[in-house]
Design a protein around this ligand. Structure first.
Ligand SMILES: Nc1ncnc2c1ncn2[C@@H]1O[C@H](COP(=O)(O)OP(=O)(O)O)[C@@H](O)[C@H]1O
Ligand SMILES: [Mg+2]
Length: 289
């Protein structure tokens, strides 16, 4: 029997997969999500979300997709790893994944590919009145050439709106990349930085995930002193919080205990430090860069 069933859960509460059901809407995550949805609705073009590793960008994108799936007036695609070596590969990828008609051209040139994509954007966006959304995760991997292609695609517009809605989610270093490309940076219509959680959010996130996993027990599993310790060590990074909580619950079962207290968390942290894990300082950024 899995450890979480022994503890009275129906699902694993602290899995690190980006499951939208376990996505706790912190104030920052909610602001990001709401604004992206508004930008898509208004067809403003480009949104950029930045955040350190493990702040919840990929999970946010899954949650966004869940919202987008509800709508019939949308055509969307997500790229999880945008490492394209050249423009041709990127354009070919888009043509394939948006199932764009190449009008029987056997060996399309870059120009053919661009024209096909432009035709597609006008067909969907104007004739069919649909919104085309492209989400790109790990945007820090985008090369200058791909960014330039995206900039060209963002130029396709009617008098009122952009024909492609582009959502980029990337690590903080992406900022220093795009700030040096003014004609790309200036096109950003919504920009936001996801920061790690504060203590209250850490606590709410843990309690939220426990509830979502169908916890049947009637005791509080994590004492406040334990959550305080988790917060200090994780510095509020959701991925680290999740991993610590996962280990804490496993160790509860192994030790035949019922509540996670400070001591138990300290033991886990001590063994992590012994195993060579380092504390990483969180760098706080303003949300608007
Ligand atoms: N808002 C959130 N609520 C609950 N868990 C979260 C949240 N954000 C992130 N997590 C957890 O942290 C892990 C890392 O998040 P992820 O989206 O992969 O971060 P990033 O893409 O920014 O590196 C996720 O797998 C998930 O378990
Ligand atoms: Mg990610």
């Amino acid at each position: 029997m899995s450890y979480f069933k022994i503890l009275g859960f129906s699902k694993e509460p602290f899995s690190t997969s980006p499951d939208p059901d376990f996505f706790y809407l912190s104030r920052e995550h909610e602001t990001a999500l709401t604004n992206i949805l508004i930008e898509i609705r208004l067809k403003r073009g480009l949104s950029v979300i930045l955040g350190d590793v493990g702040t919840g960008k990929t999970t946010l994108s899954r949650r966004l997709i869940r919202e987008l799936k509800e709508r019939e007036d949308l055509v969307f695609h997500i790229i999880l790893d945008p490492s394209f070596d050249n423009e041709e590969l990127f354009l070919t990828y888009l043509v394939r994944n948006f199932e764009i008609d190449m009008l029987d051209i056997k060996e399309p040139t870059i120009l053919d590919l661009r024209e096909a994509i432009e035709r597609f954007l006008f067909q969907k966006g104007v004739s069919e009145n649909k919104t085309v959304v492209l989400i790109i995760d790990e945007a820090q991997k985008l090369t200058d050439s791909t960014l330039e292609t995206l900039r060209v695609l963002l130029n396709y517009e009617t008098n009122e709106y952009k024909l492609l809605q582009l959502i980029l989610l990337g690590q903080l270093e992406f900022y220093s990349h795009i700030i040096n490309i003014p004609n790309f940076f200036d096109r950003i219509s919504f920009k936001y930085v996801l920061n790690p959680f504060n203590f209250d959010e850490t606590k709410e996130m843990i309690e939220f995930r426990i509830r979502q996993a169908g916890y049947q027990g009637n005791m509080r599993l994590f004492l406040d002193e334990a959550i305080r310790e988790i917060f200090e060590y994780s510095r509020g990074y959701p991925r680290r919080i999740t991993m610590l909580c996962h280990q804490a619950l496993k160790s509860l079962v192994l030790k035949n205990k019922f509540v996670v207290d400070r001591e138990l968390i300290q033991e886990i942290i001590d063994s992590e430090i012994k195993a060579g894990w380092r504390k990483k300082d969180s760098v706080l950024f303003k949300n608007n860069f």
